[in-house]
Write a new protein. Structure first.
Length: 737
């Protein structure tokens, strides 16, 4: 066997590694094996294996036997080597070639690093052969992580260290020793020509194999945003993710991120041993969550074609780090999983939001907090409550069964003392905190109060889904291979107890009446600018009240469809409550659109808007008053505008838009033009309090009008008419978390 090494100034001389190159010399081919002593082929195709003849599929594909016989040459992949083989196929497809994992430490460097081509596997190589390979003419062509691994051995601070890479199996020992010596050597950054592996990446390399490190590098999972892009992502996370997902010690995390930025800017690689680096898994998860809210200009400058593409890229990096077990800290894993739960691309994804939330809660339940510091105890308490909140919201929007039992949360309600209020002295000099809510402790307490209110609202939502809904199996459309599938979803119970409905409705009203002023929503007289921290508080006030209205509609919608004459009175009251909830959602959607805050809504807003729009469509069809129909169409107009904005971020927006189009029976734009509905630029904000308990709809809509609507023809859950495709209606129940 012989190898051909890509040319470059780093090509190793033969006299430097006599023992290694002796086995790979290009001048002395291996002697022919003696007759009768042929070894078994390393791999055989299925045809040769069944005929029990020697196969040379390792040297060429198809093998000689299959080529002469004219049959398909296929090789079965062993289960234990599946990931490894896929990795090598990925390397070869990207223009690199590597040999199988080594078992001896004295193998030459070129037999491990990409850029070494096995001529026995590729046949005779000439200059044209390398046209499909990515040549590494210089060490500068190597990715930072591979350059680090290369120079760590070929330019070691310890002259006694051999210039060979250890095997994949022993890479953990290698990386621990080499990185320890590099951290102590101040000249390391010079030896790597300025390439610095920050405090986020370096600790990871001591825990994973070389093969995994190479794969992570090729997939970009080791690349962390830098400079203004990183600052913008962190600012978006502070303002739009953390308030309703308070699962981080924010001050500590931001300081570690600033340390990362400083290392890269100054070219240092001497992160103190007394400091705990940020988790790479958690950092990528934070970047993923923030990518839904960061200014699109930063995404374009970073090379992303769309916001969805950016979210998908960050999510895949995060998921890859989790899949390869790159993190061992239970807290960091739980935090990352809760952030990953904001990804929902397909309706039949087995590892969707509900899955990640369930795993995060399982990890949290295994942690014994008695011996932890008070700060860690508070953080774990917030993580557990966040798991419960996210579980209820996902079930509310997607009609998925509840995963988390609320029994253990009865006596552990969140208090203001459970939240960490960041002081200005802790964030001095942090560029990503300048325009954030962290500058104002009062607003931080207000956001904490909003999350506490949401946590209690989600307790009531859990009771609604438990008492008024039941789990039933639903057949899904077959997959592309024709395999039938089913899914467990929540459906309204066939029989309902009016006393239970009244009790649950009373609990929701009591929750609303007990809200502190900071949690109640008033339409602002003077809209705040987007860079004003007040806009973040206003946004989360709206989100809280949107969830409240969605809970009201979820409770009363099944009863509004009751065809039992004895329940006529309760059915009418439920219809009024559903209609009022839809109008409350419309009111806030209009404000969101005018305030330009609709782009910052979470994915749950999609499943709040769709039922509201469909309820308005029923009212629009039922009304004979032209003025009322025009006003209803205007409300639909603004809700649709918000939904269109969300389509740029969440896949659920696409399903919602199709559902609205099917409900109307035509393009919404056509009806809006016919009704002469246009965006009113001159219409100001009302400045009135949004009273969620007011049921006076004025002259635009009367109780009798609603009762004459197509209530008997409604299907599924009270908003959908029989004219709508049933498949689209069903899918609407699971468009997004």
């Amino acid at each position: 066997m012989s190898t051909s090494i890509l040319s470059g100034p780093e090509q190793l001389e033969a006299h430097e590694q006599p023992s290694a190159l002796a086995a790979h010399s290009t001048e002395a081919p291996d002697p022919a094996p003696k007759a009768g002593t042929k070894r078994r082929a390393a791999r055989a195709c299925l045809s040769c294996r069944s005929r029990k003849v020697r196969c040379n599929v390792v040297e060429q594909s198809p093998c000689t036997n299959c080529r002469f016989d004219g049959v398909e040459c296929s090789v079965e992949t062993g289960r234990k080597k599946r990931r490894s083989i896929k990795f090598r196929e990925h390397i070869e497809g990207s223009g690199l070639a590597i040999k199988p994992a080594l078992s001896k430490k004295d193998e030459p460097l070129q037999s491990v690093l990409p850029g070494v081509v096995d001529t026995e596997a590729h046949g005779s190589l000439d200059d044209d052969t390398f046209s499909f390979l990515r040549p590494w003419s210089t060490i500068d062509d190597v990715t930072p992580i591979m350059k680090y691994l290369y120079t760590a051995e070929n330019e070691p601070s310890n002259p006694q260290q051999p210039s060979t890479l250890a095997s994949v199996d022993s890479f953990e020992d290698y990386s621990s020793d080499s990185m320890g010596s590099q951290a102590e050597s101040p000249s390391h950054s010079t030896s790597t020509d300025g390439i610095v592996l920050s405090c986020i990446v370096r600790p990871l390399l001591t825990r994973i194999s070389l093969e995994d490190a190479m794969y992570l590098s090729l997939k970009g999972a080791l690349d962390v945003p830098e400079g203004p892009f990183c600052d913008a992502l962190l600012e978006a996370f502070i303002n739009y993710v953390h308030p309703f997902l308070p699962i981080l010690d924010l001050a500590e995390f931001l300081q570690l991120m600033q340390q990362h930025q400083d290392e890269l800017a100054l070219g240092k690689n001497d992160f103190g041993q007394d400091q705990s680096p940020a988790s790479l898994l958690l950092v990528q998860a934070v970047m993923f969550a923030a990518s839904a809210f960061v200014d699109s200009q930063y995404l374009q400058e970073a090379g992303y074609t769309s916001r969805r593409a950016a979210r998908k890229s960050f999510f895949e990096k995060t998921k890859l780090l989790y899949t390869l077990d790159c993190e061992t800290d239970p807290m960091a894993i739980s935090q990352a999983l809760l952030l990953m739960a904001f990804w929902h691309e397909t309706l039949d994804d087995e590892k969707g939001a509900s899955h990640w939330i369930g795993v995060a809660m399982d990890i949290a339940n295994t942690v014994h907090t008695a011996s932890l510091t008070p700060a860690k105890k508070r953080l774990w308490k917030r993580i557990r409550w966040t798991c419960l909140v996210r579980d209820r919201l996902v079930s509310l929007g997607m009609r998925l069964p509840l995963k988390i039992d609320s029994t253990g949360f009865k006596d552990t309600a969140l208090t203001m003392e459970d939240f960490d209020i960041v002081e200005s002295s802790e964030i001095t000099g942090l560029p990503f905190a300048r325009n954030s809510v962290l500058q104002d402790p009062v607003r931080q307490r207000g956001l904490a109060a909003l999350f506490m209110a949401e946590s209690q609202l989600c307790v009531h939502i859990g009771r609604i889904l438990t008492d008024e809904y039941e789990v039933r199996s639903r057949e899904l459309l077959p997959d592309p291979h024709g395999i039938s599938r089913s899914r467990m979803l929540l459906y309204p119970k066939a029989t309902r107890d009016q006393a239970v409905i009244d009790n649950l409705d009373g609990e929701l009203r009591l929750w609303e009446e007990s809200l502190p002023d900071v949690c109640k929503y008033w339409s602002p007289t003077i809209p705040p600018s987007l860079d004003n921290p007040r806009s973040s508080v206003l946004l989360h006030q709206i989100i809280l009240n949107l969830v409240y209205h969605a809970a009201i509609a979820t409770l009363h919608r099944p009863n509004a469809n009751s065809g039992d004459p004895s329940d006529a009175r309760s059915s009418r009251l439920s219809k009024l409550r559903v209609s009022h909830a839809a109008r409350g959602i419309t009111h806030m959607a209009t404000d969101l659109y005018r305030l330009r805050l609709d782009s910052y809504l979470p994915s749950a807003a999609v499943t709040v808007l769709i039922p509201a729009i469909l309820t308005l469509i029923v009212e629009w069809r039922a009304s004979n008053d032209e003025r009322a129909k025009r006003e209803t169409m205007r409300n639909i107009f603004y809700c649709r505008r918000v939904l269109e904005r969300l389509r740029d971020v969440y896949s659920g927006g696409d399903h919602g838009a199709e559902l609205v189009r099917a409900a109307l029976g035509c393009e919404p734009e056509d009806l809006e033009r016919e009704a002469k509905v246009e965006e009113d630029e001159g219409m100001g904000i009302s400045g009135e309090k949004m009273d969620v308990g007011d049921e006076d709809f004025g002259d635009l809509f009367t109780f009798d009008d609603f009762m004459e609507a197509e209530g008997d023809d409604m299907a599924v859950d009270g908003m959908f008419t029989e004219a709508m495709p049933f498949g689209i209606v069903e899918e609407s129940l699971a468009v997004a978390p």
